[in-house]
Design a protein around this ligand. Sequence first.
Ligand code: GLU
Length: 550
Amino acid sequence: MDYKDLANLIFPNVKDISYYEEKYPRRDLKEGAIVTRFAPSPTGFVHIGGLYQALVARKVATQTDGVFFLRIEDTDQKREIENGILDIVNSLKDFGIEADEGMINETEEKGNYGPYRQSLRGEIYRAYAKYMIELGKAYPCFCSPEEVDEIRKKQEAAKVRPGYYGVWAKCRNLTVEEMAEKIKSGEKYIIRFKSPGREDRKIKHHDVIKGNVTFPENDQDIVIIKADGLPTYHFAHVVDDHLMGTTHVIRSDEWLSSVPLHLQLFHEIGFKAPKYVHISPIMKNDNGNKRKLSKRKDPEAAVSYYEEQGIPAEAVKEYLLNIANSTFENWRRANPDKDIEEFELQLNKMNVSGALFDMVKLLDVGKTVISKFTAEKVYEEALKWAKRHDEELEKLLENREYSLKVFGIERGNKKPRKDIAKWSDVKENIEYMYDELFYSKKQDYPYQVINNKDEINKILTLYIEKYYNDEDDKQTWFDKIKELSGELGYAKEVKEFKANPEKFKAHVGDVSTVLRVALTSRTNTPDMYEIMKILGKERIVERFKKAMED
Ligand code: GLU
């Protein structure tokens, strides 16, 4: 009896690996093309860190005319949830990230290197496990979970490293005959890798982001096929990334310490190892302590949070690129209007330790991003968000034509307004332009320097009776406010007032504030000329009347 007989006994019905090697030919891509992937488990939660990885992977694949695919790692079936795949696909779609190959919904996929769902690749893994057994590099292990637990306890007591290795690896040294005997008598088993490594030797490795790293060799006989017939992550990674032609494994740096094992597996099975790109986690400043963004503690860890808040996908992506490469900020400054697609992301310039997530900065990016949208786009996006999250806003936006005017205020010019950071800001931002909301709420009219009721009434009355005209252009409109100011003893120019404050009651700016507050009940609004134009004389008069009565 030899290894081959043992392999046949364990896996009598699997194909030879040559079948798969032919079925999935090497990809014919140009030199330097990066083939990479996003390989999440469908656990029902898409972490912002996952989106970050997917964005980076998509980007470098596109930049090099490579391939980006979505592989679903669902070999841990205990953790699976319903519609987990769809959640992932839709989250990526929300951020405009589309894979060239891979799962497109719960059951369908595209591309020639599938199945892209690991639970459907069982026979492929078993073929490669069989091959490893034939080579004498994997073996059946008959230790029950209880026995493995026993071993761990003994290791703890002896204060040695835990695991299944060296002298502790009981089944490793069984003869082929002994193994066959146990199998024939119906003993349960799993398949383990027979590691050739020694813990007292070091391996050197170059990670694309982390640079040169040194680790002890792996000496653990890790499980490659579990009792349920499915592979562990380690083995699936090696088989899949080999067959799918992955050139760069872009993944979270929690896997960095597994690199010695993975390189060893690639080497022992005889495949070329891919490059590894270990991305640092996104960190949060928690009262001065830097820690990972946590799924449990931080709502912003979930990708769904951004949609709920109405932070535009464009802003999130732009912000993540900011985190990814410190050169992005300068690039953006030099190219304020370019699409982020044009930014050349460099993997080896990515942050070695975790970058700090800064919500204030993200919202600031959001303001800039939205400021560049057309009124139509702002309208469509705000409406889309409102339909999902805010009925009142949805109603407000019913009148498209009017809303486009409102969103058009100070937009499309050189210095567009930057007052909306997220769609959930919109209602509060525009509600005073809608009579149904303006009149249904108690307005507090926060007058400033000029706050005497009689004086305010005098200004408002005179303005309407003598000065306001719907037809005026902006210059005339403003000149008239100056004249009104002069007539009532206010300085027509701020400069003039500053030179001789004792000569005036206040200045034109203070008079404008009275008009603004009476119209909108706010001290701060975008351009008042445009606001008046949209409201029109009748509504202005009505609003002044209300202001005088209140
Ligand atoms: N399923 C693994 C994870 O979600 C994938 C790691 C990888 O990209 O290889 O962490």
